[in-house]
Write a protein that binds this ligand. Structure first.
Ligand code: PRE
Length: 174
């Protein structure tokens, strides 16, 4: 029992953290919808730096390693771009699947991404000890990815992105 304290029962320890990655990956659909059919490019290096700077500042406050935290957020951003490009390709090939609403990036979508950034920091801090044990981390991550893929009903594009986003959760990376 001591090996698995009540606050981290086996098999659910990383579900909240990985669930946030899934939510962020699904938000990429809203980001893509905001940009598709406009001149706004998928890649915005200035915004990426803002996201990483914000994550780094929150990491310091939370007592997390800044470099590892930035690495983690880089992966989240990379996977957002994978999903956005995948959706652009899909919507170009099948215009009838393209979104009919265009959310506003600055006022609707990015504030949601910022809220997820804060939630990520809290979950990274809450799971730091669990993640430090390599074998346990890999097991918990695999479970959490399967749970999130089903819970959020992810298709192949989003499922692949989730696996990429969950990669830096465990040691050698974090
Ligand atoms: O905010 C955007 O415009 C996004 O596309 C989201 C995001 C991110 O994941 O935070 C991804 C790619 C861009 O280069 C910048 C930021």
């Amino acid at each position: 029992a001591a090996a698995h304290p009540a606050e981290h029962p086996p098999g659910v320890g990383l579900t909240a953290l990985v669930g946030l990655s899934a939510e962020r990956i699904l938000l990429a659909d809203k980001v893509a919808a905001a940009k598709f059919g406009t001149t706004t490019p998928i890649v915005d290096p200035v915004r990426e730096q803002q996201v990483l700077d914000q994550a780094a500042a929150l990491a310091v406050q939370a007592g997390l390693d800044t470099t590892d935290t930035v690495t983690f957020f880089r992966a989240q951003i990379e996977m957002s771009k994978v999903v956005q490009q995948g959706l652009f390709d899909r919507w170009t090939a099948h215009p009838e699947q393209a979104p009919t609403e265009r959310p506003d990036l600055a006022t609707e979508v990015r504030p949601e991404l910022d809220r997820i950034t804060s939630a990520f920091i809290a979950q990274l801090a809450a799971t730091a000890k669990l993640r430090a044990t390599e074998r346990r981390c890999h097991l918990e991550r695999a479970v959490a990815v399967r749970i999130a893929a089903r819970l959020y009903d992810l298709d192949q594009l989003h499922g692949q992105a989730l696996r990429g986003a969950a990669e830096p959760v465990c040691p050698r990376h974090l």
